[in-house]
Design a protein around this ligand. Structure first.
Ligand SMILES: *[C@@H]1O[C@H](CO)[C@@H](O)[C@H](O)[C@H]1NC(C)=O
Ligand SMILES: *[C@@H]1O[C@H](CO)[C@@H](O)[C@H](O)[C@H]1NC(C)=O
Ligand SMILES: *[C@@H]1O[C@H](CO)[C@@H](O)[C@H](O)[C@H]1NC(C)=O
Ligand SMILES: *[C@@H]1O[C@H](CO)[C@@H](O)[C@H](O)[C@H]1NC(C)=O
Ligand SMILES: *[C@@H]1O[C@H](CO)[C@@H](O)[C@H](O)[C@H]1NC(C)=O
Ligand SMILES: *[C@@H]1O[C@H](CO)[C@@H](O)[C@H](O)[C@H]1NC(C)=O
Ligand SMILES: *[C@@H]1O[C@H](CO)[C@@H](O)[C@H](O)[C@H]1NC(C)=O
Ligand SMILES: *[C@@H]1O[C@H](CO)[C@@H](O)[C@H](O)[C@H]1NC(C)=O
Ligand SMILES: *[C@@H]1O[C@H](CO)[C@@H](O)[C@H](O)[C@H]1NC(C)=O
Length: 380
């Protein structure tokens, strides 16, 4: 599969990226021009490569090279630049170079650019940081789907199985075509996070159905941009989302039509003994379509939205029990001090908790994911 990236088909893949980006990403990001410019530049550069080769000095002149911190007793730094301006040209090759079960933190410094590759951090790759140059200028991009990869769980552009993963200022994208109604096997994950104690700061997650597989473990997300249509944050993680933008790209629904065509979350807690669930604080929800805040993928699905602004992209009933009324008794769906047209409680599903201060307290800070035990500040 990786072979297709070479030669002519790289142009086809780039065209696919353009198509997906133009139809979704570009119209929804706050500052989309920089990525568009970057894609155009990368496209032109690739074409150029097919003719005569460009001298390395020219390619490296925009190499940022401000790789911090320097190597110390507790930190190792590996550098990735797609044009060959430092030691690794792919993210995966740098990941492979990380010593197994290293107790040192390994910072993989990734220069700006689009990395067309499927990346896996095995269970042995612990304490790894992906440091990008900005979610609008650095991205790992692939396009597997459930059907092309043997199931949704294997479709991720980036899969993280190692514990103590950190990502900063980078985007994870799956640019497979957006599913049309009735399509089967079109789920396309951008990132799967299955390691414990992961922190993601200033990251972008781009896809349609099943964008962010928050699979298992305790995870912290801050200042992230998360785009999708159906179940775009799903899994059985215990996660805290702070100040994130959640953007639906579901098809617009004509006024007066009652159709629902997406959901922000599909949390997969399966028994009352599991401590999993998603807590959102100070986030915003917008975009297109008519979607639910969550649907009960498994019976004990748990999700709480607090202090979150919601447009009318959220349907009045707000939540869905996956057409299984017995789940109305077992789900834990709460809302606390949310605002905007989408937060109107008048027509909410009856099983939704309208939380008071006491009920909401456990879901309002990173102690929800035991952050005091492991979460380091952004600049550490
Ligand atoms: C991914 O893109 C390549 C190149 O355009 C294409 O050949 C392949 O079919 C795509 N895969 C999927 C699952 O859409
Ligand atoms: C790093 O390790 C060396 C060798 O063990 C030691 O001499 C040095 O003091 C250490 N430096 C710091 C900053 O801890
Ligand atoms: C590349 O690897 C060499 C040899 O290990 C090392 O000395 C150098 O610092 C590395 N450069 C970067 C930019 O990481
Ligand atoms: C490395 O990971 C282990 C668990 O996998 C963790 O206990 C340890 O604190 C981590 N070290 C650093 C430097 O992050
Ligand atoms: C990186 O992310 C942090 C945390 O969200 C943010 O404050 C910072 O502006 C970002 N830096 C860049 C270069 O995008
Ligand atoms: C909330 O929704 C109800 C029912 O649609 C509507 O009557 C009411 O005006 C809405 N409240 C606000 C504050 O928009
Ligand atoms: C919050 O709600 C719980 C459950 O309904 C109730 O027991 C408690 O008294 C309420 N607390 C406050 C401060 O209203
Ligand atoms: C986080 O919330 C808990 C309540 O669940 C509270 O006991 C704790 O003091 C809070 N921590 C901070 C730093 O605000
Ligand atoms: C959410 O925003 C409020 C008001 O700005 C602030 O007091 C609170 O600390 C924020 N909570 C988190 C978890 O960021």
């Amino acid at each position: 599969m990786k072979g297709v990236i070479n030669g002519l088909s790289s142009l086809t893949l780039l065209s696919a990226i353009f198509a997906a980006l133009l139809s979704s990403f570009l119209i929804t990001t706050r500052n989309s021009n920089s990525l568009k410019t970057l894609l155009l530049a990368s496209f032109a550069r690739r074409r150029h490569h097919h003719g005569n080769s460009v001298p390395k000095a020219d390619i490296c002149c925009d190499f940022a090279g401000n790789i911090l911190p320097p190597e110390t007793n507790t930190t190792a730094v590996l550098c990735v630049d797609r044009n060959g301006c430092c030691n690794f040209t792919t993210v995966q090759s740098a990941v492979n170079a990380v010593a197994d079960l290293s107790q040192k933190r390994t910072i993989i410094w990734i220069n700006k650019g689009i990395y067309l590759e499927k990346v896996t951090l095995a269970k042995t790759k612990v304490n790894v940081t992906f440091q990008g140059q900005g979610m609008e200028s650095t991205a790992v991009v692939w396009n597997d789907t459930a059907s092309s990869s043997g199931g949704t769980f294997f479709s991720a552009s980036v899969s993280v199985f190692g514990d103590n993963f950190i990502a900063k200022n980078i985007s994870f994208m799956n640019v497979a075509p957006m599913p049309k109604p009735g399509d089967v096997g079109a789920q396309a994950v951008a990132i799967r996070i299955s390691g414990d104690q992961a922190a993601l700061w200033g990251c972008g997650f781009f896809g349609a159905q099943d964008t962010l597989h928050d699979d298992r473990g305790r995870h912290y997300f801050k200042d992230c941009f998360i785009q999708g249509s159906i179940d775009f944050i799903f899994g059985d993680g215990r996660s805290f989302y702070e100040a994130c933008q959640l953007i639906s790209i579901a098809s617009p629904v004509p006024a007066g039509k009652k159709v629902i065509n997406g959901a922000v979350t599909a949390q997969g807690r399966s028994s009352k003994d599991e401590k999993t669930g998603f807590a959102f604080v100070n986030c915003s929800i917008g975009g297109t379509g008519r979607i639910w805040l969550g649907r009960a993928w498994r019976p004990f699905s748990r999700v709480v939205f607090s202090l979150t602004a919601m447009t009318d992209v959220i349907s009045p009933e707000g939540w869905n029990d996956f057409n299984d009324p017995s789940r109305d008794q077992t789900v834990f769906y709460g809302e606390y001090k949310c605002s905007g047209a989408g937060a109107n409680q008048t027509l909410r599903a009856p099983y939704v908790l309208k939380m008071n201060d006491t009920q909401a307290a456990p879901f309002l800070n990173a102690s929800y994911v035991d952050g005091d035990q492991w979460l380091l500040p952004f600049n550490s």
